[in-house]
Design a protein around this ligand. Structure first.
Ligand code: ELE
Length: 319
């Protein structure tokens, strides 16, 4: 049985090798990259039966996306779109060592997924799953997706599926005011909110003590679990009135893109299989730390590696 269904856009990510610049590189590495499929892969690799659903061009580039996700064991349910007219979203990523940062350029306007409606998607599977996950990126992509995201979260929650949303504010897609007005409308249908502290500040206008922010959000919107991620400061969760805190594990800055999604995948792998919020945070933090050493968007990790990090039993060379 499918335990977790995630819904959103997966792009092809094009990035120059090493620290090369987009402008002058003569090769780009191609990887599947999307917030919700990144979550599905991490959760699947850590033991959940995960599915990613979306809409893609019925073409080799669309199948480039599904092929990579299937490699990790994720099942896919795709509304295939007319290959002659449909667009595959892409993004360019230039990774740079300090003082350069990581630069993302999106080319995703009018991608196939922007026209996806609930009728084209596996709503029954969502209703029968343990969890349904999406992110604040999805409703930013089109008015159709704003409505589809609302409908899917509601039908999932009504069926007793635990719904989760990672707020994932992207300033290249919309303004904080636009994001706030759309996302707060979705919140009543969200059971588990994951939000970066900076997004809680910029989008939701919440400031100050992290625990107070979590309590305030939970009181206002009725979340079952409110998780606030704090970058290198770790994460805090509020559930049933109790607060759990989780520090980060030692990690590199080599491949930071995908850290947040890996955290969510690690969290859901525990929480949706009956684990505690505290187990969820620990697995989330360990998965996120491991991801930062791995190129691409995806956490290519195993449960044993996570357990090693949690037990402090990591070896520089295993032989
Ligand atoms: O930006 C988008 O629109 C994407 O969907 C793809 C992003 O590469 C992931 O969402 C990674 O996000 P983090 O895990 O927060 O680093």
């Amino acid at each position: 049985m499918t335990e977790l269904v995630t819904f959103g856009e997966t792009m092809l990510r094009l990035s120059p090798p090493d620290d090369e610049r987009l402008e002058t590189a003569d090769q780009y590495t191609v990887r599947a990259a999307g917030a919700e499929s990144n979550v599905a892969v991490a959760a699947q690799r850590l033991g959940l039966d995960a599915m990613w659903t979306s809409k893609l061009p019925d073409s080799p580039v669309g199948r480039r996306v599904t092929g990579e996700l299937k490699h990790h064991g994720v099942s896919v349910d795709i509304a295939w779109d007319d290959a002659d007219t449909a667009r595959q979203g892409t993004y360019y990523l230039e990774q740079g060592s300090p003082p350069r940062g990581n630069e993302v350029i999106y080319d995703r306007r009018n991608a196939s997924v922007t026209t996806a409606t609930p009728e084209e998607l596996p709503t029954e599977t969502i209703e029968n799953a343990t969890g349904f996950h999406t992110s604040g990126i999805t409703p930013a992509l089109s008015e159709t997706l704003e409505s589809t995201t609302t409908d899917l979260l509601s039908l999932a929650q009504d069926a007793g599926t635990t719904t989760s949303l990672d707020l994932n504010y992207r300033s290249k897609l919309w303004t904080p005011a636009e994001a706030r007005s759309v996302l707060t409308e979705l919140f009543p249908a969200v059971d588990v909110l994951v939000v970066a502290e900076r997004d809680a500040n910029v989008v939701l206008d919440r400031d100050g003590d992290t625990e107070a922010v979590a309590r305030d959000l939970a009181d206002e919107y009725g979340f079952e679990v409110t998780v606030i991620t704090r970058g290198s400061e770790g994460a805090l969760a509020l559930a049933d009135g109790a607060v759990v805190e989780q520090p980060t594990f030692e990690a590199t800055d080599d491949h930071p893109v995908g850290t947040g999604d890996s955290f969510v995948g690690g969290f859901l792998s525990q929480y949706l299989s009956g684990g505690s919020v505290s187990d969820g945070l620990a697995w989330g933090a360990a998965t996120a730390a491991l991801k930062r050493s791995i190129p691409g968007d995806i956490a290519v990790v195993s449960p044993d590696e996570i357990r090693s990090i949690l037990s402090g039993d990591t070896e520089a060379i295993s032989r």
